[in-house]
Design a protein around this ligand. Structure first.
Ligand code: PLP
Ligand code: COI
Length: 370
């Protein structure tokens, strides 16, 4: 069955109706919530919402008070998980202005996620405008220092129908959450558990897009990681169960004794925007980067011989987190003696300095919102 959604690109001119919250969080309470927000538990006063149906196309763009959605029990997303999302951050500059990092790349990936999940593709300018409007109205919620405002655009299938088919109606929304570090220990090295029982993605599946189902399927493996005292799970390929793919919510890089980097190739992994940025920054400074398959056996051997110097995880939420320890049913091993390595920490600083506007932006990644 072909999937076609009419009235898509006619919506690029969509204008948001801005309805400020009538009862926003008092300043004192907001300041208290911003002191140590952690990750994903504190939310701002507003949300952006745009709706799609086949008669009107994308319509009803609004920024309004953050509120519950009325959910019919037969809503398609509740049954067949037709849902996608994105994650990006707004950063407060020293001059109190606000930067977004590569929102165009998130808008593009959101569109390709929609295509894979047979959902109505949202025009990229509407995605970006929704994010910018929300950041503007909730700017007081952006933490200072090394904190940031995590933006979560998402789309759900909202047709009330139990047949298995692409929904004819969708709700796109953006919510925002002031955040500190994703991991409790900040940029301290994390430990990861190699999932030998569960895989995340197969060729032809949905591993390369950001749909909620990928994360639902990762939770059992993540729980196994926690049971073994680890912070995150790392998945192997679904065919040979040998090749490193990615973590539950992050990509991974390896640093070798000749100064080169390697990272698993695209295909069944999420094409991370942080991953892509690290490849570009490494190449800028003359570092060789290979996008190549790497097995868990080789990782263990190279860590023991000293050929592998460092490994690190990367993503919007995690930024760059050194990996200190790898655990699996067949034994544990340390990387960099379990300490944070200089390449990971240097790359983290380089990236974060661009994001906060403290360093030059040679690739035009920054979009100033304020
Ligand atoms: N891989 C997975 C499974 C993720 O959830 C994420 C986070 O978004 C990433 C990789 C990193 O992607 P990005 O750098 O675009 O945040
Ligand atoms: C992100 O980094 O934006 C993600 O979606 C990952 C998730 C683990 C929070």
């Amino acid at each position: 069955m072909g999937v076609s959604f009419d009235k898509i690109d006619g919506a690029t001119w969509l204008k948001f109706d801005i309805q400020p919250a009538t009862n926003p969080t008092p300043e004192k309470e907001r300041a208290a919530r911003l002191v140590d927000p952690g990750f994903g538990r504190v939310f701002t006063d507003h949300m952006a919402v745009v709706r799609y149906d086949q008669a009107k196309g994308w319509h009803g763009a609004r920024v309004e008070s953050r509120a519950n959605f009325p959910l019919d029990p037969a809503l398609a997303v509740l049954h067949y998980a037709q849902e996608i999302f994105e994650g990006l951050k707004a950063y407060k500059r020293d001059d109190s202005g606000v930067n977004l990092f590569r929102p165009d790349a998130n808008a593009r990936r959101f569109r390709s996620s929609a295509e894979r999940m047979a959902m109505a593709p949202l025009p990229e300018p509407v995605f970006i405008e929704a994010v910018e409007q929300l950041v503007r109205i909730d700017r007081a919620w952006i933490p200072g220092g090394e904190g940031s405002l995590y933006l979560r655009p998402f789309m759900i299938a909202s047709e009330v129908f139990l047949g298995v088919k692409p929904s004819a109606e969708y709700i796109f929304a953006v919510i925002a959450s002031p955040v500190g570090s994703y991991f409790k220990g900040g940029p301290a090295p994390v430990s990861i558990w190699v999932s030998e029982n569960y895989t995340r993605a197969a060729i032809g599946g949905t591993g390369a897009v950001k749909c909620g189902g990928n994360y639902a399927a990762s939770l059992r493996a993540q729980a196994e990681a926690i049971d073994h005292g680890c912070d995150q799970v790392v998945f192997l390929d679904a065919v040979e169960r040998r090749y490193i793919e990615e973590l539950g919510g992050m990509n991974v890089f390896f640093v070798f004794d000749d100064g080169s980097l390697s990272t698993p190739p695209l295909g069944t992994i999420l094409p991370g925007i942080t991953r892509d940025s690290i490849i570009a920054l490494a190449k800028d400074s003359g570092t060789r980067v290979r996008e190549e398959a790497y097995t868990i056996e080789q990782w263990r051997t190279d860590a023991a011989s000293g050929r592998l110097k460092e490994a690190f995880a990367c993503g919007t939420a995690a930024v760059i987190s050194p990996i200190g320890k790898v655990c699996s049913a067949s034994g544990d091993f340390l990387i960099s003696g379990g300490a944070a390595g200089p390449v990971a920490m240097g790359m983290r600083k380089k990236l974060v300095d661009i994001q906060y506007g403290r360093a030059a932006d040679p690739h035009n990644w920054i979009k100033k919102v304020l």
